[in-house]
Design a protein around this ligand. Structure first.
Ligand code: TRP
Length: 454
């Protein structure tokens, strides 16, 4: 069963060791699993809420993209893109805004914290609060819902936002009377370590206690490690591994056996200076090769740009038909005259014939079917079945669930359709990726058309 996993990274900073261990490394590992269809993107519209410094946002977008790629993200397997390259996201944000209760947004933690702070300072409750901050959860809901994400891995501070995305999706589904949106679930990685920063508190940009991952190179990494706060025990005195940040960080990079050896060295009284050198060398084993790719990527922004553009086109192949379907559903159908029955409240068929299935028996006697678009383009060929009834049942499922819960897997030059984690049909081969992506958009549209037929 393939699960669509989606998460965003706000582009306001430079990734540090805590981001790497807590978010990047587990996300890259998850993206390699065969049962995961990962969507990772740079939340640069969200960045505008936090920062009005163009140079910082631009720099951060580049650094974050290079970091994820250097950390092993495979842009052919994953859909990796920038939020601001997907015009369907702000479009969907507006549709969702119009069904979102203002009271729901009043309860968002980030907004409430700003109001509480103002109130405590005797200021107007909304002083310094932009509508962008207020709308943050709706934009995030659009990020998630545009792609029918099943799981959203986030930090604990974001759980409420994912819950709001569910609320908003349910509200929209209810108002417009169909399961337009998959209800996303939050995913919290319990086993992933939270790294302490230089001062022993959680490593975080807001505490200014971070250890850089790549920026500043090996030299900065080493200098930062030397600044990690320790107690004043001298070399030769036993150290307590369990209260030492050095040990916590070491463990996040090392095997059980290496960690046991480091623990023993601390108990045996290794000096803090030497312990820091051991930690630095262990981190370098993992970070040095990635840093090399990072530096190579940063030096060639055009390569990153190309990867992100391809990612955006894969992402839009899903978001565009989705938003088109929603436009139709909410009364913003474009390009066709409103047919009388549509005015009477019934979905109007698309101009011309509907898409159709054509069943046949192949040379070894098994039953298959093809799915053709209204204008006769072959979009899918089904798996073979021994029993014609099974083939018929699959047609019914594609019709009923295709638009909402099928996953279209993008192969190098073709597409395949999965229902409930099973591959059920495949497209013809396409000449190139652009042709494949266009066919992807048409397939999504046809699935939506099928769902709308009665
Ligand atoms: N708000 C998230 C954060 O600050 C980033 C984000 C934006 C996001 N859109 C998202 C995360 C959608 C998950 C899904 O961490």
């Amino acid at each position: 069963m393939k699960t669509r996993v989606l998460t965003g990274i706000t582009t306001t900073g430079t990734p540090h060791l805590g981001n790497y261990v807590g978010a990047i490394r587990p996300a890259v590992a998850a993206s390699r699993r065969d049962d995961v269809d990962a969507f990772y993107f740079m939340a640069d519209y969200h960045a505008l809420i936090k920062s009005d410094d163009p140079a910082r946002i631009e720099r951060s977008r580049l650094e974050i993209a290079a970091t994820w790629l250097a950390a092993g993200l495979d842009p052919h397997k994953v859909t990796f893109y920038r939020q601001s390259d997907i015009p369907e996201i702000p479009e969907l944000t507006w549709f969702l805004t119009c069904v979102t209760a203002k009271g729901l947004l009043n309860r968002a933690h980030a907004y409430k914290a700003a109001v509480d702070k103002n109130t405590a300072a005797g200021e107007d409750a909304d002083a310094g609060v932009t509508a962008g901050l207020y709308m943050y959860p709706v934009l995030m809901a659009a990020d998630i819902l545009a792609f029918n994400a099943n799981k959203v891995p986030v930090g604990r501070d974001q759980i409420q936002h994912v819950e709001m995305a569910r609320d908003i999706a349910q509200r929209f589904n209810h108002i417009y009377g169909r399961e337009f949106f998959v209800l996303p679930e939050v995913a919290i990685e319990e086993q992933v370590a939270t790294l302490p920063g230089l001062d022993g508190r959680k490593m975080s940009k807001s505490y200014d206690n971070t250890i850089p991952l790549f920026s500043g190179g090996q030299k900065h990494l080493r200098e930062a490690i030397l600044r990690i706060v320790t107690d004043s025990r001298l070399p030769g005195e036993p150290k307590d591994p369990d209260s030492s940040s050095l040990f916590t960080i070491f463990r996040a990079f090392a095997s059980e056996a290496e960690s046991a050896a480091f623990r023993q060295a601390l108990v045996d009284g290794i000096g803090w200076g030497e312990a820091k050198q051991v930690l630095f060398e262990r981190i370098e084993v993992e970070v040095a090769p990635m840093r090399e790719s990072y530096d190579a990527l940063i030096a060639r922004p055009a390569v990153i740009e190309e990867i992100l553009r391809e990612g955006a086109s894969k992402a839009r192949a899903i978001a565009a038909p989705k938003v088109a379907e929603l436009r139709d559903a909410i009364g913003l159908r474009s390009g066709v005259l409103v047919a009388p029955q549509a005015a009477a409240g019934k979905a109007a068929p698309k101009a011309g014939k509907p898409p159709r299935f054509a069943s046949f028996r192949d040379s070894d006697g098994r039953f298959r079917f093809r799915l053709f678009s209204a204008d006769g383009e072959e979009l899918l060929l089904s798996q073979p079945f021994a029993d014609p009834k099974a083939a018929g049942a699959l047609q019914k499922r594609i019709k009923e669930q295709g638009a909402s819960s099928a996953i279209v897997q993008v192969q190098p030059l073709s597409l395949s359709l999965e229902l409930d984690g099973e591959p059920v049909a495949a497209s013809p081969a396409y000449a190139d990726e652009a042709a494949r992506d266009q066919a992807h958009a048409r397939l999504r549209e046809v699935l939506a058309q099928l769902a709308a037929l009665d």
